[in-house]
Design a protein around this ligand. Sequence first.
Ligand code: MRU
Length: 354
Amino acid sequence: MENREDLKSGSVRLADDGKSCIILDQTQLPNRQVYLELESAQDFYDAIKTLAVRGAPAIGICAAYAVYVLAQQKQTEEYALFRDALRKDGEYLISSRPTAVNLSWAVRQMLGVVEENGNLPVSQIVGLLGDECRAIHAEDIEMCRRISEYGLSLVKAGDGILTHCNAGPLATSKYGTAIGPAILGKERGVDLKVFSDETRPLLQGARLTSYELMMAGVDVTLICDNMASIVMKNGWVQACFVGCDRIAANGDFANKIGTSGVAILAKHYGIPFYTLGPTSTIDMDCPTGDDIKIEQRDPDEIRSMWYRQPMAPEGVKCYNPAFDVTDHELVTAIVTDRGIVYPPFDENLKKIFA
Ligand code: MRU
C-alpha cells in the first residue's frame, strides 16, 4: 500500500459514485498493493471466500456495501420483487464463509432496512441502504477506537503483547481491535512490544500483522506459531490480545485456528488472555462455542500453496479448519466497544446489551 492513510482507515471502501466497492486485495500483501473493484454478487462472494477481504468486521462492512451496490442494480420498482431479489443475494453472500457472525449481522441489518420500509418507493429504499452501509462503516471505526482505548488501559508502556492472526486496520477500520491498543499506544507515546504469531496456514500474522505494525512504527517481532510458548516462558509477554469471529453467549469464542492453543499456554504461564471485538461479533443467539460452525478450507493451503514446490506428498489427507473455539474459562476478559466484560460472561454479556 503506497498510501499510509489508506491503511489507517481500513481495506474496504465504497467507490465515489457508490456503484461498486473497492478493496485492497489482502492476498497480495505485503508484496503488492492491488485494489479490486467489486460489482456483482459473484465478485463479492469470491472476494470474501478467497480472503481478498478478510477479518470479521471488514467482511461485514464489505457485505453491507455489497447489498447497497446490488440493490442499485435491481431493475424493478415493485417492492416484493426488489426485496426477494435482495434476500437471495444476501443468502448467497452469507454462504461464502460461515464462522464470522459479522457477515450475516451486516446483511441482516441491511435487509432490515428493506423490510422496515416496504411502504416507500424502491428508489427511496435504495437511498436508505446507502445511508445504512455508510453508518455501519462509520460505526466500526468508532467501535475500534473505543476497543483500542479499553485495551490500552489493560497494559503499560514496555509490556509485551502476543497476538495471533490479524485483527488490525486491514481486518476492520482504522485502529483494528486486537492490535488497536499497540497502534493507539504508539500515537500516545505508550510503546508496546508485539509478538506476532505467523498464523499457519495462511500467514495472516506474517503477511499482514507484522506489515501493519511496522507501517505504524510499532515494535513487532514475528514468530512461528510454535514459538509462543518460549516467548511466554522467557517472560516477554505480559498479555495476549486476539481478535474474534463470533463470541457465544457464554463467552466461548471462535477465532483463527491456533487461538485456543495460545489461550492454554497463557493459562499455563499465568498471563492474562483477552479477546477484543465489537458488539457486532457477539452472537447472543449462539449459546456456546459448540454451536459455532467452523469453516473447513482447501487442503492445498497446507500442502502446497505457500511453497515453490509442494511440501507434502501429493494427495496426503489434511485437516484444515480455519478457526477454533477458545473455552470461556481460559478468557480473562472480553474487550468490547461497550466496555471490558469480565466473567461470569453469561451474565455480564447480557448486561452490555441491556
Ligand atoms: O480467516 P480470517 O483471516 O478472516 O480470520 C480472521 C481472524 O481470525 C481474526 O482474528 C478475526 O476475524 C478478528 S478481525 C478483527
